[in-house]
Structures are given as C-alpha cells and as structure tokens.
Write a protein that binds this ligand. Structure first.
Ligand SMILES: *[C@@H]1O[C@H](CO)[C@@H](O)[C@H](O)[C@H]1NC(C)=O
Ligand SMILES: [Zn+2]
Length: 365
C-alpha cells in the first residue's frame, strides 16, 4: 500500500491488534523521554504524526470533553500529516510528531499538570503537531532573497511561522473540527501565538521575559495569560529539544537538520546566491553546526526551563545535552573554541552535568 495509506478502522481503535501491534505497544511508553519516534514512524508505516496525536488527544480525554467528531478529527490529522513535506530531511511530519511527544512530556511536568486546563492541553498538542506545517525546507532569509511570495505576504516577518499558523487554520476551517465550539476564534488566535513563539530569531525576547518572571518569582499559573506564556516556552523547548535526547536519537536529528541546511547551501551555490550561515558544506561540519546551536540557542533556553521546572526530566535533558555536546566536541577537536563557556552568565543550572561532561570533553582535545 502507498506510504500514506491508513487502514479503514474505527478511529477509536485506530491501532487495532493486527495493525502495528508493536506501535500500539510503544504508545504505552509515550511519556518516556527515550521514546524512539523514528522506530514508531516505521512501525506505523509513516503515520507517526496521525497515530501519536490521536492517541494523546484520546488519552487526555479531549476527544470526549470537546465532543470532537471522529471523522473530522481523523481527516484533520491526515491532512496535517500530508501537508508536511516528506522529502525534507528534517522539517517533516516525523519532526512534528517528535515535538508533539516532547510537548506531552512537558505537559505532564508537575507545575504544568497541576495548572493547565484541558483547553490549554488541547492547544499545546495541536500547536506542536502543526507548528511547521508545509515547511518548504529552506529558511526565512532564503525566502526573502529569492522573492518568495510568502516573504511578501508576511512582510519579511516570521514568514515561515505565519505560514505554518495560517496553514493550520486553513485545515481547521476546512475540516470544521471545532465549528461546534464557541471558542473557535480563540483557538485560532492562541494557536497563532504559540506557533509564532517558535521563531528562533525572536528567542531573546521570550527568554528575557521568562528570565524576568523567574527572577521576580511572579509566574501565577492561575492566570490564563501566564499559562499561555508557559505553553509558549514549553513549545519552544519541545521544538529544539533534539540535543537533549539520548545520543542515538539526537545524532540522527543532527544529521537530518545539517543535511537540510547543506541542501539549501547547494541551491544557493547553484544560483550564485550568498550562502547562508551554517549552510555551506565546505565550511561547516555536523559537529560544528551542533556545537554552535547547543551553546548559543539550546543551553540558554534550557537553563531557564530548568529554573522553572527543576525535575528529574529536566536534569535528564541537561545530562544528555552535556554528553551530546561532549560527543560532538570529541569528533571536532578544533571546534572546541566555540564550546567554551564564560560568555553567558555562570548560572547554577549550566554548571551541573553539562559542564562536567564538557570539561571532560575538552580535556581530551
Ligand atoms: C523584504 O526584504 C527584501 C530584501 O531585503 C526587500 O526588498 C523588501 O522590500 C522587503 N519587504 C518588505 C515588505 O519589507
Ligand atoms: Zn520545528
């Protein structure tokens, strides 16, 4: 059967015994940080996003609570999955499924689990599943310099994120998934606000706001606006958590994202455009790209997240982050200069297992 084909089953029993019994078995551990989304995607015949999202919505009781129509929901999830580009090495439906699984792990953290409403959880999961919808596999600067219509449409601002959001809204309206709810408008707006928060170029804005809240200790999760902000931060973490996964999973993501960058670089070379940072396969390696990303993007974000939610999961993530960075450093001894600490504040959180692993890594080089 074609890779996108789904079995004609009652969606409630979408993972029935003879169809991918092993995948169903994996879903029992869907809240595990070691969840192997690549294996799950193979076991579901390339349908990881549909199955995972359906399973989570069902497990949280959201289908029943919001009286979601099974046929509409199934159609919506299939359309979402199909709108991702299979041919993108990184920004495809498996990345969306991975972010949704990470989001689920964060939603279960005590601080969130105690305060989030069912509506918050519904939005968080939907935003994760749709946050890169119809991603073209190239970045915003590329769209701007090639005069892509999306750059003009969104005036060079969060071009991709606006497109992901509007694509998600399009599918929600097309399938009329929430047309029976009075909150349809609010869903669309909040979905936008969550997806737009994944714009990495605006990370400092979100991070300094998060830092201020943590310094003042004034996050009050009884307030809807504060819960929404925490959901934004959780989605941002879920989106870039690859370096915090166990090495075997993390390494695969690193290879995929670098492949996508280098592919963009090859197009730029071919068309005699300026080659974007990180996209020149002759000037970068997987290790150098990863070490820079971890140092300047991932570590600062997770250092604050750990202050907010200092749990076993957070310590596990920091532990992997440190070990993975050390592994890449060992593969790229000459790049150890970019992995030096000191530019950022010597926060407590970053001193923990990551820097210990890091200093071990640099001693070897
Ligand atoms: C977007 O950026 C391009 C290239 O810098 C520029 O030519 C264009 O005028 C900009 N568009 C808007 C709406 O700012
Ligand atoms: Zn993403």
């Amino acid at each position: 059967s074609p890779p996108q084909a789904l079995p004609h089953l009652n969606p409630l029993h979408i993972l029935d015994e003879d169809y991918c019994g092993q995948a169903k078995c994996m879903l029992e551990k869907v809240g595990s940080w070691n969840f192997d989304i690549f294996l799950f995607d193979r076991l579901t015949n390339g349908n990881s996003l549909v199955f995972l999202t359906f399973h989570l919505l069902n497990q949280y009781g959201l289908i029943e609570l919001f009286q979601l129509d099974m046929v509409k929901l199934r159609r919506f999830l299939v359309l979402v999955q199909e709108d991702y580009h299979n041919q993108n090495p990184y920004h495809n439906a498996v990345h969306a499924a991975d972010v949704t699984q990470a989001m689920h792990c964060y939603l279960r953290e005590p601080k969130l689990a105690q305060s989030l409403t069912s509506f918050d959880i519904l939005l968080g999961l939907l935003a994760a599943a749709t946050h890169d919808l119809d991603h073209p596999g190239v970045n915003q600067p590329f769209l701007i310099k090639t005069n892509h219509y999306l750059a003009a449409l969104y005036r060079n601002t969060s071009v991709l994120e606006n497109h992901h959001w509007r694509s998600a809204v399009g599918l929600l309206r097309e399938t009329e998934l929430f047309s029976h709810l009075p909150v349809e408008d609010s869903i669309e707006r909040q979905l936008g606000s969550l997806i737009l928060a994944t714009d990495i170029s605006r990370q400092n804005e979100y991070l300094s706001r998060f830092r201020t809240h943590l310094d003042e200790n004034d996050l009050c999760l009884g307030h809807a606006s504060h819960r929404h902000f925490v959901l934004q931060m959780a989605l941002k973490c879920a989106d870039i958590c690859n370096p915090c996964r166990p090495w075997e999973l993390s390494k695969q993501w690193s290879e995929k994202v670098t492949e996508e960058f280098f592919h963009q670089g090859d197009i730029e070379k071919k068309h005699k455009l300026e080659i974007s940072p990180l996209c020149d396969s002759e000037a970068n390696t997987i290790a150098s790209v990863q070490i820079g990303f971890m140092t300047y993007v991932v570590e600062p974000l997770f250092a604050e997240w750990v202050r907010f939610s200092d749990t076993r999961l957070s310590q596990t993530m920091l532990g992997h982050l440190g070990l993975n960075k050390a592994s890449w450093s060992a593969l790229e001894p000459e790049a150890s200069g970019s992995s030096e600490e000191g530019e950022s504040e010597p926060g407590r959180a970053t001193e923990e297992p990551s820097s210990r692993a890091l200093s071990q890594g640099s001693q070897e080089s």
